[in-house]
Design a protein around this ligand. Structure first.
Ligand SMILES: [Mg+2]
Length: 185
């Protein structure tokens, strides 16, 4: 089994979940990070929480005269991690398939992340072969072991940067796996 830990930042208005950025960390050592240039910029600007917590970690440069990024841009569209949603869908499919046939997806409070990920390819029925139909949840595994959030390793930095969050998900999931082994032996 190869685990892929991931995290998405998204805009969520109670009806839709729209991708902002995605970070993925595979147990085989590969990592992926992308920012969607198709994110709903106007809605994001009106979302105080996203503006304070998520937007600061997007590729920057706004107002920086050296790279001529206009102040009006929410993020630097020219940064190589910024990609079209369709391109991200292709990249993510390749990333997951490269982990082999026995792959597990893991996220933290991952229900919304899973839907937003799956919608990269459209409807549920459009999910590409090789992409798991569900995401394991770190929260569920912690409860199964009788642990609360405060018992788990803490994230030191980068919270709400999708790649930093995905790396932390890997740390916690591997810690939980080791903890389960210790308890059972
Ligand atoms: Mg996050």
């Amino acid at each position: 089994m190869t685990a892929i830990h991931y995290d998405l930042e998204f805009l969520e208005d109670g009806r839709h979940i729209e991708l902002i950025s995605i970070g993925m960390v595979a147990e085989d050592g590969r990592e992926y990070y992308a920012v969607s240039r198709d994110m709903p910029v106007r809605k994001i600007r009106k979302d105080k929480w996203l503006m304070e917590n998520v937007v600061p970690s997007l590729p920057k440069g706004a107002g920086d005269r050296r790279n001529h990024v206009p102040k009006s841009w929410l993020f630097d569209y020219a940064d190589p991690v910024v990609k079209r949603r369709e391109r991200i869908a292709d990249d993510v499919m390749d990333f997951i398939r490269a982990a082999g046939p026995d792959v597990e997806l893991w996220a933290n409070y991952g229900a919304y992340d899973h839907v937003c990920l799956a919608q990269l390819w459209g409807r549920m029925i459009d999910l590409p072969e090789g992409v798991p139909m569900f995401t394991h949840d770190i929260q569920q595994e912690a409860r199964r072991q009788g642990l609360g959030w405060n018992d788990l390793p803490k994230q030191e930095s980068g919270e709400h940067n999708a790649l930093a969050d995905a790396r932390h998900n890997q740390t916690v999931r591997q810690w939980l796996a080791a903890h389960a082994t210790t308890k059972e032996s």
